[in-house]
Design a protein around this ligand. Structure first.
Ligand SMILES: [Zn+2]
Length: 186
């Protein structure tokens, strides 16, 4: 299952191959195009400094909560408050509609623009926390990657965001460590 909130958290990404240097993709047109297309967002690349600050703050608050969850610790109340504020900025109401097969309650969302996008990201994170199996919410064990992902492996055993990239890299690193230690032992 895909979550807009996780995609968004990972816009603050690292060079997984080695340096672990951070790269903020929020202001990168290629990344923004991918993100906006994928989630059908009707907003342009963020450029306003105040907006960027708010987006980065929300992203950090969500990452902090993921880190707390991964450690089995309670989240910081301030982080949760920030996430809830983003949700609250988008008013919505429910109404009953009639269809041939019966009645259905639907939620009508009134927000627009960036408030709507941030509200949607924050609401998706809220749903993930409340509804998903949080044992599957993980942070890649490659310390220079730290990608946040949802582990969909059958026995929840995955340790890396991607076996082919970070997984292989970590295996090669461990192998080299062992070789080095062997060499020193002789
Ligand atoms: Zn990774």
């Amino acid at each position: 299952m895909e979550w807009i909130c996780l995609d968004f958290i990972n816009s603050d990404c690292r060079n997984w191959r080695g340096s672990g240097q951070r790269e903020d993709r929020l202001t990168k047109p290629e990344w923004w195009q991918y993100f906006a297309n994928k989630w059908e967002l009707q907003v342009p690349l963020p450029s306003d400094p105040k907006l960027l600050l708010a987006l980065r703050e929300l992203r950090q608050q969500m990452r902090n909560v993921v880190e707390a969850v991964a450690k089995g610790e309670p989240p910081d109340a301030g982080d949760l408050h920030g996430i809830n504020q983003a949700i609250a900025a988008v008013p919505s109401y429910r109404r009953v509609v009639h269809q041939p097969d019966g009645f259905r309650v639907e939620e009508v969302v009134l927000g627009e623009g960036w408030d709507l996008v941030m509200g949607r990201i924050a609401a998706s994170f809220a749903e993930l926390l409340a509804d998903a199996d949080l044992r599957r919410l993980k942070i890649c064990e490659n310390r220079s990657c730290l990608w946040v992902y949802f582990d969909e492996s059958r026995n929840r055993s995955s340790r890396w965001c991607d076996d082919k990239t970070c997984g292989n890299l970590m295996k090669v690193r461990r192998f080299r460590e062992r070789q080095k230690n062997k060499g020193e032992g002789d």
